[in-house]
Design a protein around this ligand. Structure first.
Ligand code: SF4
Length: 188
């Protein structure tokens, strides 16, 4: 099986492809070196799921590892309500839904279908407001959009010139470790 891309990195790749390269370089190091407040909060949001304490109902599947050979991705879903055929991704806060976050949810959905699960609804759950936000199932055109995006991800070359963006860089957890900018991030 070819190398599978982690679903959790799809959104980061849109934010800045170079951050994925830095993530891979620094992933073995002490996380406190680069983990900033928003990411730490997001991590906590997923902790109950990862520890499988979010739901004990037998009709729920929590923190299930998933993969899709056809898309070339792997990851973990937060929650699948089997009886409601509903896939749910938890986020601490969702002021707006970014394309990359949709890609993550779509990728999880296609993984589940490929693994033989029935899914008819997908949604985000915002922890800070205790709100469920339903999302349309991806269309065929959106499936192709996701495929094209994943191909771009797979073929990314970190030596490619990137146009840095001050606002992005100062909000990037790798800013202080990144050789593409002299800026410091706002979390230090
Ligand atoms: S600091 Fe800027 S260029 Fe470097 S990884 Fe982050 S967003 Fe990309």
């Amino acid at each position: 099986m070819e190398n599978l891309i982690s679903i959790s990195t799809l959104n980061d790749f849109i934010f800045c492809p170079y951050s994925i390269y830095l993530h891979n370089v620094y992933m073995e190091t002490d996380e406190t070196l680069y983990h900033a407040t928003p990411q730490a909060r997001g991590k906590v949001a997923h902790e109950t799921v990862d520890k499988k304490t979010y739901s004990t109902r037998k009709v729920d599947l929590v923190s299930l590892p998933v993969f899709s050979e056809s898309l070339g991705v792997m990851g973990k879903i937060d929650l699948l309500h089997i009886n409601k055929k509903t896939l749910v991704e938890r986020k601490y806060q969702l002021k707006q839904i970014f394309r990359g976050q949709l890609y993550q949810l779509w990728a999880q959905y296609f993984c589940l279908l490929e693994m033989g699960y029935e899914v008819e609804h997908i949604a985000f759950y915002e922890i800070s407001t205790n709100k469920t936000i339903p999302v349309n199932l991806p269309t065929q055109a959106e499936y192709i959009e996701l495929q094209v995006f994943i191909e771009r991800f797979k073929n990314y070359n970190p030596d490619t010139e990137i146009a840095t963006n001050q606002n992005k860089c100062t909000h990037c957890i790798y800013c202080n470790l990144c050789d593409k900018t002299q800026l410091d991030n706002v979390y230090t």
